[in-house]
Write a protein that binds this ligand. Structure first.
Ligand code: ATP
Ligand code: MG
Length: 604
């Protein structure tokens, strides 16, 4: 995989071309759909499918969704939406271990959050692959009956050795030529729990000399005594993923089964299986039995998975980060899980822009994390109202302003959307300003506060700096100034005094002191864990954790932010985008998460 910086692709999507060709050829014009998944007989009794195409998003409920899944969700649900089709949400829960309801719930929630629904009119297209175990079992018997599968009793080691290599053909199993009757009997014994786990498997009978190792009689059913979250202890045999997945697609009459590139070498088996299960068979007495699955069969298309710099997108690594408590939980705002990204303040519209911008191709590459951040910035710039926040406060005292007075200033809520109006912010004698907005001895090109210099208090007056106070260590504690009464923003003649600097402030008497989590990247290396140590050993992704990925600060915010609702986003002027934490904010006392800075601070 290339680690070169990839230029931003033009957002092309080659799968659109395939769908448009298929639609132009009327490939699915006579496809039937009975309103629910099922075999050929079931679908044949249905009507011509109103959905022009069917896609599916098929997560395994063994973890939380991450940003990579967002690419797949926008692709599958997006194509269905664009081509008058339907996308199914299918939980691929054929593996009995590691799957749980908690994951099912959070996955459904995130798909909805991204703006998609599996409810189409009266029909809910939410499915569980484990509901198909009966048909999968019949499919296996169907292959056996037609001489296309056999029960193999070789040990796992023998099977591995006999599989051959990339350059050497494999070797036929001594069990390969069992009779159909023998195979059926053995397979039923497997199902009935007559044999221990791992003692035998059902294999497709294809070609042990195939150039594609996946076609060398792949295992399709194994014995595994495990409790399943949906089917309980009903089964002690479970289908292999490569066998189960195409059947799931076929039962749901999926037209375009879109998966990541790792499955490219599985496509010949996908097609082989679909062909053999759809083919009519001739039974005794010349009666032709229809195939088990409906025609036209689904087709698999592969695209490059999302690889994003500075994050890990693998469920195993994400689980490790959570379980070893490197982060606070699945929704830690630093994690690339969708639950974490949502808490961080990333938006569905930002993800949509991102997936459109990176496009869909067949070439693996790394996408720069800044592209994602830029998309979030672009969207938030349009969406988020402006507010004032002083993140590193020191006091500014306006010496010629009356002690007990305060007055209203008017700040626009959104510079691009005047219709959102203005809000009132109070000005008084003592203000909070940013520590970096004052320098006792200014550096070259510094236009903010320094003795005798004038700046504008944004939405307020022009002030002239008169000096500062310091503590025993020489740290500035308070800055002093005087205001020019005729210069208030928005009043006639206010711009008669020209100044170069413009700083933000909040009134100390009115400010809301809030907790703010300043989040940064969780990893300090663009490719966490890649490469070797000097002694030649492999590096681990945990070594690249950024020790400063979060700093919690106390900041002084304008009073209106006290009323921010959980999950509400704002631009804090001059700082970036912040969101009221959806989990830990209490009414009247929101805490904020930094979503993204205004500009990229990581660019060298
Ligand atoms: P992981 O490898 O992290 O365990 P997975 O691929 O096993 O992820 P699934 O739950 O099987 O996770 O994924 C559901 C769908 O999301 C699949 O169709 C898969 O191809 C897609 N997907 C997963 N990761 C990515 C990614 N990084 N980019 C694009 N699509 C992805
Ligand atoms: Mg998977």
């Amino acid at each position: 995989m290339s680690q070169e910086k990839t230029p931003i692709p033009a957002g092309s999507n080659f799968i659109r071309g395939i769908i448009e060709r298929d639609l132009a050829e009327n490939k699915y014009a006579t496809k039937k759909w009975a309103g629910s998944p099922g075999d050929a007989t079931h679908q044949e009794a249905g009507v011509i499918d109103a959905a022009k195409i069917r896609t599916r998003f098929p997560p395994e409920p063994n973890g939380y969704l991450h940003i990579g899944h967002a690419k797949s969700i926008f692709l599958n649900f997006g194509l269905a939406r664009d081509y008058n089709g339907i996308c199914h949400l299918r939980f691929d829960d054929t593996n009995p271990e590691k799957e749980s309801q908690e994951y099912v719930d959070s996955i459904s929630e995130m798909v909805s959050w991204l703006g998609f629904s599996w409810n189409n009119g009266k029909e809910s297209n939410l499915y569980f692959a484990s509901d198909y175990f009966d048909v999968m079992y019949r499919a296996a018997e169907c292959l056996i009956e037609n001489g296309h599968a056999y029960v193999d009793e070789q040990t796992a080691d023998e099977m591995r050795i006999h599989r051959g290599t990339l350059t050497e053909a494999g070797k036929d199993s001594p069990f390969r030529n069992r009779s159909v009757a023998d195979n059926l009997a053995k397979f039923r014994e497997m199902r009935d729990g007559k044999h221990p786990d791992g003692s035998m498997v059902l294999r497709a009978k294809i070609d042990m000399a195939s150039g594609n190792i996946n076609m060398r009689d792949p295992a399709i059913y194994r014995i595994r005594r495990a409790h399943h979250h949906n089917t309980g202890d009903k089964w002690c045999i479970y289908p292999m993923y490569t066998f189960a997945h195409p059947i799931e697609d076929a039962l749901e009459t999926v037209t375009h089964s879109i998966c990541t590139l790792e499955f490219e070498d599985q496509r010949p088996f996908y097609d082989w299986l679909m062909e053999h299960l759809a083919a009519p068979t001739e039974a005794v007495g010349g009666i032709v039995k229809p195939g088990l699955i409906a025609q036209p069969v689904p087709k698999q298309y592969e695209f490059a998975r999302l690889n994003l710099t500075y994050v890990v997108l693998s469920k195993r690594k994400l689980i490790q980060l959570v379980e070893e408590k490197h982060v606070s939980g699945w929704d830690d705002p630093r994690l690339p899980t969708l639950a974490g990204a949502r808490r961080r303040g990333y938006t569905p519209e930002g993800f949509k822009l991102f997936t459109d911008r990176i496009g869909v191709s067949k070439a693996d590459s790394w996408i720069e994390y800044t592209i994602l951040e830029d998309c979030m910035r672009e969207v938030l710039n349009l969406q988020a109202e402006r507010r004032i926040a002083v993140l590193d406060p020191i006091k500014l005292v306006i010496d010629n302003y009356p002690e007990t007075q305060s007055e209203d200033c008017f700040a626009p809520n959104h510079p691009l959307k005047p219709e959102l109006g203005k809000r009132t912010v109070q000005l008084s004698k003592t203000l909070w300003i940013e520590r970096e907005d004052f320098m006792e001895v200014p550096s070259k090109g510094y236009f903010r506060l320094f003795p005798d210099n004038m700046v504008r208090l944004r939405y307020g007056y022009v002030v002239k700096c008169t000096g500062c106070e310091k503590d025993a260590d020489g740290n500035v504690t308070t800055v002093h100034c005087e205001y020019l009464p005729d210069t208030k923003s928005g009043t006639p003649g206010s711009d008669s005094v020209k100044v170069k600097g413009n700083i933000h402030w909040v009134s100390a008497a009115h400010a809301y002191e809030a907790e703010i989590r300043m989040y940064d990247r969780l990893f300090k290396n663009p490719h966490p864990g890649q490469g070797k140590h000097e002694d030649g050993s492999d590096r681990d992704f945990l070594e690249d954790i950024n020790p400063n990925s979060v700093t919690t600060i106390k900041a002084q915010l304008e009073a209106s932010l006290k009323d921010a609702k959980p999950a509400e986003s704002f631009q804090f002027e001059r700082h970036g985008y912040f969101v009221a934490d959806r989990k830990e904010s209490v009414a009247g006392k929101p805490v904020f998460n930094r979503t993204v800075t205004l500009k990229d601070a990581w660019q060298k």
